[in-house]
Design a protein. Structure first.
Length: 140
């Protein structure tokens, strides 16, 4: 005997799960914590996310941060270092060697310091918007 079953089709209206706060998730991600619980660690290495949260079990393998954190860090650091360099150049005109000795390390250190928090914020954003595999529906 053949039985008919309704196919399970996911849609936004069927998503009855709780709304996720974007800013809270991004803030938790920026502090390298799980966007879901805010307690577990998001990273197992400098830029490697953990497989899952060690407190609540949230799966992090679904994130697709790719190169966005690096682009955002370039924009942020560029908007800090370049105006300072231009201001110093127009007012004091120090030698190029001195400027390179100051700006290059500052750029490198600021970029390295911001890269992990910005990646955490991007993963938190993806989690809050249920992007990729972070939603309750099928991964896309
Ligand atoms: Zn968690």
């Amino acid at each position: 005997m053949m039985t008919l079953t309704t196919p399970k089709i996911w849609s936004a209206t069927l998503d009855s799960s709780a709304k996720r706060n974007v800013w809270t998730a991004m803030k938790r991600g920026f502090t390298c914590r799980c966007p879901n619980c805010g307690e577990g660690k998001m990273f197992r290495a400098f830029l490697k996310t953990a497989d899952h949260c060690d407190k609540c079990g949230q799966d992090f393998s679904a994130h697709r941060a790719d190169d966005l954190p690096a682009y955002l860090v370039i924009v942020i650091v560029g908007h800090i270092v370049v105006p300072i360099a231009l201001w110093i150049e127009t007012n004091y005109s120090p030698s190029v060697a001195l400027q390179l000795a100051i700006y290059l390390p500052i750029t490198l250190i600021a970029s390295l310091l911001l890269l992990q928090p910005v990646k955490g914020a991007v993963v938190g954003l993806q989690w809050a918007f249920r992007m990729h595999g972070f939603g309750d529906g099928p991964a896309d």
